[in-house]
Design a protein around this ligand. Sequence first.
Ligand code: PEP
Ligand code: MG
Length: 930
Amino acid sequence: MATTLVEPEVQEVGKSKSSTKYVYSFGGGKADGNGKMKDVLGGKGAGLAEMTNAGLPVPPGFTIQTEACREYMRQGGVSEEVDRQMDAALARLESLQGQKLGKGDNPLLVSVRSGAKFSMPGMMDTILNLGLNDESVEALAKKSNNPRFAYDSYRRLIQMFGNVVLDIEKHAFDEVFDGKKKQRKVKLDTELDAKALKEVIGEYKKVVKKEAKRDFPQDPHEQLVMARDAVFRSWQNERAKHYRRINNIDDMLGTAVNVQAMVFGNLGETSGTGVGFTRNPAIGTKEFYGEFLMNAQGEDVVAGIRTPVHISELEKIMPDVYRQLHEITTRLEQHYRDMQDFEFTIQEGKLYMLQTRNGKRTGIAAVRVAIQMVEEGLITKEEAIFRVEPNQLYDFLVPRLDEKKAKVEVLATGLPASPGAAVGQIVFTADEAVEKAGHGAKKNPVILVRAETTPEDIHGMEVAAGILTSRGGMTSHAAVVTRGMGKCCVAGAGDIHVDEKARTMTVKGQRFRDGDWISLDGTTGRVIKGKLDAIPPKADDPELLKLMGWAEPFRKLRVRANADIPRDAIQARAFGAEGIGLCRTEHMFFAEDRIPHMQAMILANNEKDRRQALKKLLPMQRSDFIGVFKAMDGFAVTIRLLDPPLHEFLPRREDLMVDIAVLPNAGAKEKKAMVEKYGRFGAKGAGDLKKVLPTLLRRVEELHEFNPMLGHRGCRLGITYPEISEMQARAIFEAAVAVAKDGVKVHPEVMIPLTATLKEMANQAAIVNRVANEVFKEKQRKVDYMVGTMIELPRAALVADEIAKEAQFFSFGTNDLTQTTFGFSRDDINKVLPTYLAEGILKQDPFAVLDREGVGQLVKMATERGRKTRPELKVGICGEHGGEPSSVEFCHQIGLNYVSCSPFRVLTARLAAAQAAAVDKLGVEGGRTK
Ligand code: PEP
Ligand code: MG
């Protein structure tokens, strides 16, 4: 998320604690705070203050600011001053309302809600109906003339308070409630009458006593203090921490607590509650968009427990309230100059606004809304550029289902909650999703199928390819969270029955179990049986082009792509890549038809045999280079010489040892399989195995390394086997000359990997230059080219001024540079990373987000030193960080020439680079706290 740097704590140096304003009141048409104070009041608190000041119908209350939360984190409790100011604010609220908290004939009841600077939907805790106890519930029953409502409110309080404040598992309460429904032979919660609910309350209190070893607190003030502290604690719960990590929200911000007079949406048929958006958050169309439920409390809508009704229905039921809501939210949008996400409650026909904030939206909606708002004169084009998160552009690149190739059986149509397509195997729990989704090469697409998701499912949602829920609306947890993640989701597919216990999904009389394949279309809401293919999208959406057209003129950094084969190069160019920043030539060697020649080259024990094998590889490499050069006509193409350790091309040592051990007793079938496996190494028949296998093992052992990442790779390969570099250079220049003859503008940049010293660089550059001249002479044609290096080792960064004597360009391989700077193995970091993140030792995965303080300083220093020697030195970055917005911003700030990233991140990098430059030029608020 585009974030601003954290503002300093409110308390200024030198000021005493007692001068800190911890509590901000709002109500009666005026508020202590305002909408700009998100750091202090949190997003919700700032919105409530702003709405109050604007004269909107907001239930009064007060906000305890984020500094109190930080104090709670530091000291395990708040200071007496916080208590004192809270009591004063409560007294003010009581006098404004003419009520007393939990006391008298007309008791004041309040909600206690979290609200951080950045919205973290459902991640922290909320308590409603606070102030109810055995006495005030009777007063409420009398006053409302609705005992059922009063008892229901009380049992909800005990349940929420028990769970959130006293840490009692939800199911302990659910068991009581479901048991009561069974006993009364009813299906719906609303069918339980006042008497039954009173009995539920009695049993809930027993649950509290048993589980928490104390009584449910009857003193309303004690309830308030305990609830406030629990909300502060909820900032540190696992799901909140997880959410902050994936959204790059600073752990030190803390949450505010909003205490607000309750209004009730469940007072009968003229009451209700709902949420909405001023525009469609999924596709960005300008329509009043929302959902509500009559006779319900807010949690029923947001939690997706009952499927809500479209807001247009409200116009039929309560036309005046609808008009007022429409008018207020339109005003709010004009005021904030952004699409609003709002919550409202209607209590006995009277409308109250409970929240407004800038709404979360898909990338497609973000672009559309930004363009509409420019056209409506609400924002400028420059502002529009910042209304889209660079990562959101990925939504334009999400795949669609290929419906032509397969028979499409639509099982159900739910809500198109988050666009794109997902094809995967069903899992029914978040844990199972994590277990089955796998990693890296073993990645396995899963679809998480739930009746509804809750914040506890976040880890499963993160790894799933898509999410399907049978309940909940467009604003349910599943819908909101997946849209934020840019992940396909179909929500509220009511025809599907999900039995999480039995781990089955039943629809149209068919039963599906875990492991069965389904396909989701998040753009239309369809759930399709079986495994459809997904087709890649095109990045030529006219609105996307328009927004990029506004952003691009600011951009200073060039954006290239990492692409190894012509197909990827063509794709990258379509996304706007301005050249290739990294072509990993070993990927060409790994191809099925080439690996035997590569292996023959490795097994050769003399130069002659090695050259023989390399000769076979040459035409294959040349033809790939021709394709890549053609795709990038007019742009530079950086080709890296062979990098990985040679043993990666050979069978695993352990496999060979096992096969050698098994061979003496192997039957005909096993031997046949071995001949197939080792045929390419000279085993033509079973009789050869005895000789071939030990020879192969010997070579594998010769090449075996304890630390291959630090071993015989990179330029070390080209130095020990110069014929490899020679062959590659020849393939590059022959290809370049060939396409140049056809009129292609070709600019090869030959890149030497893993250099640490000037002499290494000089050694390889000499080979490349010699071969270039040979080819130019033979072909009677020259092309412009450069020889440069990757900077992937701290030593290279330190002696960059030396290396630049030979290197005409630098490209930072920040994957290896991160590995070698931290000393973290890039393949094994996941063993420590989760703990490091959870403990706050690292803020982000340094392999995903460039570590500015460490690795970034090496990049900066090496660039400066290199340019001292060679002022025109071209410098780029080609590690994974090249497509990550914060890292791109850093590259802009330190004056690199380009970033290079995978083709699917090119658009993101382009916008991130444009935003970084626009921040400078326009002096607007920007920057990313990474
Ligand atoms: C790097 O190290 O950043 C890099 C781009 O090279 P590779 O990932 O191939 O090691
Ligand atoms: Mg590398």
